[in-house]
Design a protein around this ligand. Sequence first.
Ligand SMILES: Cc1cc2nc3c(=O)[nH]c(=O)nc-3n(C[C@H](O)[C@H](O)[C@H](O)COP(=O)(O)OP(=O)(O)OC[C@H]3O[C@@H](n4cnc5c(N)ncnc54)[C@H](O)[C@@H]3O)c2cc1C
Length: 591
Amino acid sequence: MNIVTRKFDTLVVGAGGAGLRAALQLSNAKVKVAVVSKVFPTRSHTVAAQGGMNAALCNVTADNWHWHMYDTVKGSDYLGDQDAIEYMCRAAPETVIELEHYGVPFSRLENGSIYQRPFGGQSQDFGGDQAARTCAAADRTGHAMLHSLYQQNIKAKTHFFDEFFAVDLLKNDEGDILGAIAIDIESNEKIIIEAKTVLIATGGAGQLFRTNTNASINTGDGMAMALRADIPLQDMEFFQFHPTGIAGKGMLITEGVRGEGGYLVNNDGERFMERYAPHAKDLASRDVVSRAIAIEIREGRGCGPNKDHVMLKLDHLGSDVIKKRLPSIRDTSITFLGIDPIEEAIPVFPTAHYTMGGIPTNRFGQVVVPIGEGTEHALPGLYAAGECACASVHGANRLGGNSLLDIVVFGRAAGNHIIDYLKENPHHKALPEESATSVLQRLEYWEKNTVSMTESYTVPQLKAELQLVMEENCGVFRTEEVLEKGVNAVKAIKDKLSKASISDYSSVFNTARIEALELENLVEIGLATVISALARKESRGAHSRMDFDKRDDVSWMKHSLYFMKNNLLTYKPVRTQAMTVATFPPKERVY
Ligand SMILES: Cc1cc2nc3c(=O)[nH]c(=O)nc-3n(C[C@H](O)[C@H](O)[C@H](O)COP(=O)(O)OP(=O)(O)OC[C@H]3O[C@@H](n4cnc5c(N)ncnc54)[C@H](O)[C@@H]3O)c2cc1C
C-alpha cells in the first residue's frame, strides 16, 4: 500500500465529549494516542449541548444516585441495562467534580456550589417530588465542557488529526480491528493510522431526518463503519424526538426552559401537559411530551394559521432569569424567529434529536458482539463511547441531561480499560496489505463520478430524499404500512446512491466527496433504524406503534441487533440485574 502510515497505541475516532474524555485519560497515563476529527475538535457537536449534565449532587434538592438510577430505568421504559445504569449514576457526582477541576465554568448558587436545574423525568425518592439534578453552565454546558476538555488534552499532549475524515476501520484476518483509513479533507490525501486499540466516538445520526437539532456533521459515520466491519447496531428503532424544536426549523429550545418554569400551551391557551402527565406536567419524559404535542395538533388544537405547532411560554419567568439562565435560547429565538421570549411565547414542534441505539458495548466501553445463542464476547482492543455507542443506559428513551453524563462516564471508563488492555497487549499486530482494498475501491468511485461525466442522481438530491422518507415513515407515530414503505424507499435510495455522482466542484472542494461518503453512512443507519422499527411490534419509549399501542414485556423486553449483511435482525435479553443494589422491575410508566 502506497499510503502514509502512522502508528499509535490508541486511535480515537471523534473529538466530542466522549472522544476527548477518553483521550485525556489515556494521554495522562502516557499512552500514545491519536484523535481524528472531521471538524476542529471544539466544533464537535457536544458544543451545542445546552441544558446540562445530570448528577445527584444534592445542591438544590435532596438527591441520591439510586433515585437517579430509578428515574433513568423508568425513563428508558425498562429497556436500559440496569448494571450499566447503576455504574453511570454512581459515577456521576465524581465526574462532575472532575470536570469542575478541569476548569468547566459551571453556573453557581449563592453559596458557591454548582447550580442544578430540574429536568424532565427527574424525581426524589423513587418517583416523588421533582428533583433538580442537572448541573449547568447557563445554557451553554456542552460548550463549556468541550473547551475545557480540549484545553486539558492540549496540556496532556494528545496528538490531533484535525479535519481528517475517517472512512473505515481496518482489520486483520482474525477480525481484530487494528486502525482506520482516513482522508485529509483539505488535500484529499489518504492516511492509515495503525493502533493497538481503537475507540469509536463519532456521535449520533440526527441528519437522518429533515427537521432535526443536529449539526450537518452528525451522519452516523462510526456506526456505519462498525456495520461494514460486521459489527451489529443495537436498538436502532429508538430515535428520540425532542418536544421543543423551533417549529418548522428544528433548532433546539432546551428542556432547561421548562426546568426553569416555562410551559407549553395549545391554541386554547390550555396548559395541556396537565392532562397527559398530571404529576410531572411539562417535565414528563421527552417521549411523553413529544407524543402529547403530536396528539394536540392531530386533534386540531395546534397553534398558528396551519394549526401545526404549540407554544412554549416563558415570558412569565422575567427578564432577569431569562438573561442569566437562558441567554442562548433568547439569542436563538431572536435570530431565527425574531421573537424575544421575554415578551412572547416560542412556537415549537417535536424534532429529531438523539440516537438511542448504536454500537453495542458493555460498561467498560468494550464493543460486544453475539457469539451464538445467548452469549456474547468483547472484541479485543475495540471500544465505543458516546452517542454512537449503546451501553445501554438510555434504553427506549433518554432522559435529558443523561447524554453529557454518558459521554464523560463511558469515555473515561473506556480510557481506563484501554490502559489495562495495553499493559497486557503491548505490541502492534500486523495489518495485512489487502485490509484497505475494499475501502480504496469505494474512494475511487467517488473520485471518478462527477456530474460532468454521468447523468445520474446527485448526492444532495438523495440526501434530501432520505431525510424526507425517514421523517414521513419513521417519525413520532409509526405503523406497519408506513414503516414498510420506509424500508422499501430507503432500499431504493441505497440503490440509486450506488449509481450516483457528485457535483463538478469536487475537483476543487473535497467536501463534495466527503458528503457522498457521509450519505453512504446515513443510508445504512436509515436502513438499520427503519428495519428495526418495522420488526418491533409494541410501543415502548420513543418507538410508538399506532397498530401495537401497548408495551409488551412478555415478548419484547429485549434489545435488537441489526447486521448489515442480509439486513439480519437478532435479539438479546435486557440486563435487568443491577450490580449491587435492588433492581427496578417493569411497571406502568406514569408521570
Ligand atoms: C442542540 C443539542 C443540545 C443538547 N443538549 C444536551 C444537554 O443539555 N444535555 C445532555 O446531556 N445532552 C444534550 N444533547 C446531547 C449531547 O450533546 C450529545 O449526545 C453528545 O454531546 C454527543 O457527544 P459525542 O462525544 O458522542 O459526539 P459529538 O460531540 O457529536 O462528537 C463526534 C465527533 O466525531 C467526529 N467524527 C464523526 N464522524 C467522523 C469521521 N468520519 N471522521 C472523523 N471524525 C468524525 C466529529 O468530528 C466529532 O469530533 C444535546 C444535543 C443537541 C443536538
